[in-house]
Design a protein around this ligand. Structure first.
Ligand SMILES: Cc1cc2nc3c(=O)[nH]c(=O)nc-3n(C[C@H](O)[C@H](O)[C@H](O)COP(=O)(O)OP(=O)(O)OC[C@H]3O[C@@H](n4cnc5c(N)ncnc54)[C@H](O)[C@@H]3O)c2cc1C
Length: 452
């Protein structure tokens, strides 16, 4: 029996337009389908959550605002797939599907993947698992009954409609479902500043014999007898580069003669604020043009390079973190802390904080982390009963987020939460009532390594 949702959208009082501060809206929208599990956001975390839940035999839908699945991994032009997790997760399956070396964090191609291939393979993965995919469909609200989410309201080319679900999984990266449902969230470091946004782009026609590769802030590659990144710093101080673009990262791609450029950056942008997005995107696209000139004039082997393509969307490193029943810290990650309620095991990546106020890293020394666990309680937002988060918006501090946000770790998070969501549906329980030991057992039976 479909539930009729009262969703406000009719203007009731509009006395003097120029004094209007709020409008009261009232409208009924159709509840178009009912699912066991709805995942919002089809990035690395969301895809794995949806596929994992569907493979447990549940009826699953995924809602994605763009016209392609993959999130940063495709539309954001983000690569390589960094980080590592314990054996047997869907991360291994995905890198295999994409033809990326499975256990090689840097490797010859720097673990690069082909964005076009990924768009197809990830869509096939969802389709093969029987997930219903709503593309070009944007979450705009949640239907709450006290602290329980009864469904999500989405906006589409067919107007608005609702989808009902037993369990919802927030994989928006921005924690939007949790935020709309009233869960507490946090942003950035103590002063509120977040990591910069970046528009990644691909260049081709690089002379492979002469053109350097620079994989990141710790790379000591030399150009003309000087450390390349020191040269870039010099250019930033003499005006050849804007001061916040001194970390010029030139990654290899799956094709010879190409480089993936992860260098543009805008500081001080809050991508949850629509009024800031256009100006940020425009500034980044101008930086792209400026960088092309810089490459032509200063980098041997790059004289004839061409800008081939860029992300459909500005890449967002950091927005909301949803406060859950546990907030994991970078200090815990650093020592590789073990948790009884582990659901992601042996996650491994440095604390990679792109400077919120300037170029390169925010901290002088990048903190290494021992392979760490992520506990179940980081995925259950406070104040909401039937919601999980997975991906970069889970519950952790600003510094912890800077480590677990990489795509391999987000994939393992999504898979764990997808299995958990399916088990809640099976057992008729909420995430807080779920027996975590039973979840761990199910994951272990599937070959996912959870314990040392
Ligand atoms: C410039 C940049 C460089 C990076 N470099 C690397 C790197 O080299 N290697 C690495 O592993 N990681 C890197 N990262 C980090 C990594 O890409 C992200 O942290 C990771 O993709 C997060 O995965 P996710 O699934 O949580 O979110 P996302 O990949 O952001 O996916 C979220 C999805 O949710 C969708 N969504 C959001 N809101 C809505 C809504 N209202 N309705 C419907 N859908 C919605 C989005 O469209 C998107 O598809 C980088 C990030 C950036 C920005």
């Amino acid at each position: 029996m479909p539930v009729r949702v009262q969703f406000p959208l009719r203007v009731l009082h509009l006395f003097k337009a120029n004094q209007m501060k709020n409008v009261s809206l009232n409208r009924k929208v159709e509840v178009r389908e009912t699912y066991d599990v709805i995942v919002v956001g089809a990035g690395p975390a969301g895809i794995c959550a949806a596929v994992a839940a569907a493979r447990q035999g549940r009826r699953v839908a995924i809602v994605e605002r763009y016209g392609v699945v993959g999130g940063n991994l495709t539309a954001g032009y983000v690569g390589p797939i960094l980080g590592m997790v314990g054996k047997g997760t869907m991360r291994d399956e995905i890198v295999r599907l994409l033809g990326v070396p499975a256990n090689d964090m840097i490797g010859e191609t720097g673990c690069a993947h082909d964005f076009e291939l990924a768009k197809c393979r990830l869509a096939e993965l969802l389709d093969d698992a029987g997930v219903t995919v709503y593309l070009q469909t944007t979450l705009c609200d949640v239907v709450m009954e006290a602290t329980t989410i009864r469904g999500v309201v989405v906006s589409s080319n067919d107007g608005m409609f609702a989808l009902a679900a037993t369990i919802t999984v927030d994989c928006t990266g921005d924690g939007l479902v949790a935020y709309l449902a009233g869960a507490p969230t946090a942003k950035g470091r103590d002063d509120g500043l977040m990591q910069p946004v970046t528009l990644e782009f691909t260049i081709d026609n690089v002379d492979e014999e002469r053109g350097i590769i620079c994989i990141g802030d710790v790379d000591n590659v030399e150009m003309n007898g000087e450390r390349f990144l020191d040269f870039c710093k010099r250019c930033a101080s003499d005006g050849r580069l804007p001061s916040n673009l001194a970390a010029v990262r030139l990654h290899p791609t799956v094709r010879k003669g190409e480089r993936q450029v992860n260098t543009t950056q805008m500081n001080g942008v809050d991508m949850t604020q629509p009024s800031q997005i256009f100006k940020a995107d425009l500034a980044l696209r101008r930086q792209m043009q400026l960088l092309m000139g810089f490459f032509h004039e200063n980098l041997p082997g790059y004289e004839q390079c061409r800008c081939k393509s860029s992300g459909t969307t500005t890449g967002v490193r950091e927005t909301r973190r949803v406060i859950g029943d546990y907030v994991v810290t970078a200090e815990e990650l650093a020592v590789g802390k073990r948790f009884d309620d582990v659901i992601v095991h042996r996650a491994e990546f440095v604390v990679d904080i792109h400077n919120p106020v300037g170029a390169g890293q925010a901290e002088e020394h990048i903190q290494y982390c021992e392979p760490y666990d992520l506990p179940y309680r980081c995925f259950t937002p406070q104040g909401v009963e039937n919601l999980y988060t997975a991906g970069r918006c889970i519950s952790g501090t600003h510094r912890a987020h800077a480590s677990y946000r990489v795509m391999s770790i987000c994939m393992a998070m999504g898979e764990a939460v997808g299995i958990a969501a399916a088990m809640c549906c099976e057992g008729g329980c909420t995430p807080r009532q779920l027996d975590v030991r039973a979840l761990q057992q199910r994951m272990t039976e599937q070959g996912i390594e959870l314990f040392d």
